[in-house]
Design a protein around this ligand. Structure first.
Ligand SMILES: Cc1cc2nc3c(=O)[nH]c(=O)nc-3n(C[C@H](O)[C@H](O)[C@H](O)COP(=O)(O)OP(=O)(O)OC[C@H]3O[C@@H](n4cnc5c(N)ncnc54)[C@H](O)[C@@H]3O)c2cc1C
Length: 338
């Protein structure tokens, strides 16, 4: 049996001091909805857990200033329920409300959501709880062991941002909406505080798929900030999945528009369910900017997003699905313009 110890931190500085004390063996735990799961699967093996769910103020939600600011410990359910979020920033509210279940959202935090790990079945199901080496090779879990998904059952795998070492999809919905909205992540760690654009939090797999996040050991997500913008209102998080609730995305699009009549002045588009990280579709944004929103143009915009797609054996449907998800999301968002 492996030993596991547990402490509670009541301030961010206390959490970081505890992390230093346990010298790299410690992990933070917030809602526990992902890390406990991974510990039971034998994928995460911390020697010590630091509970950050009782840090005073880490769950603060501020919407009055120039930015929206959500504490890293704010619950997904509480952020989704912020008054007017559904009207003024439907992209944010929908990305939370279409994730997991109400029970999970009552436990899970918006900070923990950013660092949840992939649902790739070879990553999750391949590990034995008593062995560090899994049943299936997985470079993300056991670096250098190979990737069973390449040439394997890859229906749910990524088509964008993949490498020969890994095709695992980034699982979260909320990070996709934050990517479209140019959010930043505030971090506090042993070396001080910093702010990171959300896109820089996530790494492409390349040859090192086990390195998923650009976060230093012991850094705590203290807050997520989102610049306020008029594009928030004409926005949506459109998610297609195998069943209508309680499922991860097969393909999703976070879209926020600035409209001038029927012309799209500018568009922000990010994709989920199809890529190895929350995916900003800049080529698609360029296609639709300055154009009247017609079905043909919307589909052309979608196709631009998937121009560099690399489907495997069983997931080429994600390209056509993704194109349609983007096209439909553009119309949903446009209908919401003030
Ligand atoms: C059945 C099921 C279905 C789900 N469906 C979806 C879905 O459709 N869409 C979706 O997006 N998600 C889904 N999820 C994932 C769920 O949203 C995440 O598990 C949850 O958001 C993680 O938050 P948490 O607070 O529980 O994190 P934890 O499990 O406590 O932690 C997760 C990771 O984040 C780290 N961490 C936590 N808080 C901080 C912090 N403040 N600073 C630094 N590190 C921190 C931990 O060390 C750990 O590595 C599902 C989960 C389950 C179990």
């Amino acid at each position: 049996m492996r030993e596991l110890s547990y402490t509670v931190a009541t301030s961010a500085n206390e959490a970081i001091a505890q992390f230093i004390e346990f010298d790299g063996a410690a992990r933070y735990i917030a809602g526990g909805t992902n890390i406990y799961d991974l510990m039971k699967l034998g994928i995460e093996r911390p020697g010590h857990l630091i509970d950050v769910s009782r840090i005073v103020g880490l769950d603060a939600i501020e919407t009055d200033g120039d930015v929206l600011r959500f504490g890293g410990g704010a619950l997904m359910a509480d952020v989704a329920a912020v008054p007017n979020l559904r009207n003024e920033y439907p992209i944010l509210a929908e990305s939370l409300l279409k994730a997991a279940s109400q029970q999970l959202r009552n436990m899970a935090t918006v900070g923990g959501n950013l660092l949840q790990r992939t649902r790739c079945m070879y990553f999750r199901n391949g590990a034995g709880s008593s062995s560090a080496v899994g049943v299936y090779p997985c470079n993300k879990r056991d670096p250098g062991s190979g990737c069973a998904a390449v040439g394997g059952l890859d229906r749910t795998q990524a088509v964008l941002g993949t490498s020969e070492a890994c095709t695992a999809v980034a699982p979260g919905d909320w990070p996709v909406a934050l990517t479209a909205m140019d959010a930043s992540v505030n971090l506090l760690g042993p070396n001080g505080s910093r702010s990171l654009p959300i896109q820089e939090l996530y790494r492409l797999p390349g040859n090192t798929p086990h390195l998923e996040f650009d976060i230093e050991p012991g850094e705590l997500i203290t807050a997520i900030t989102i610049p306020k913008t008029a594009a928030g209102r004409a926005s949506t998080y459109h998610k297609i999945r195998d069943r209508e609730s309680f499922a991860f995305a097969l393909a999703s699009a976070a879209v926020a528009l600035e409209m001038d009549g029927s012309v799209v002045r500018s568009a922000r588009i990010a994709l989920g369910g199809v890529a190895t990280k929350p995916w900003r579709a800049t080529a698609a944004e360029a296609v639709i900017a300055g154009s009247s929103l017609t079905r043909d143009r919307a589909v052309e915009c979608g196709r631009a997003a998937f121009a560099d797609a690399h489907p495997g054996q069983h997931n080429s449907f994600k390209v056509e699905l993704g194109v349609r998800v983007i096209a439909d999301a553009l119309f949903i968002a446009a209908q919401r313009r003030a």
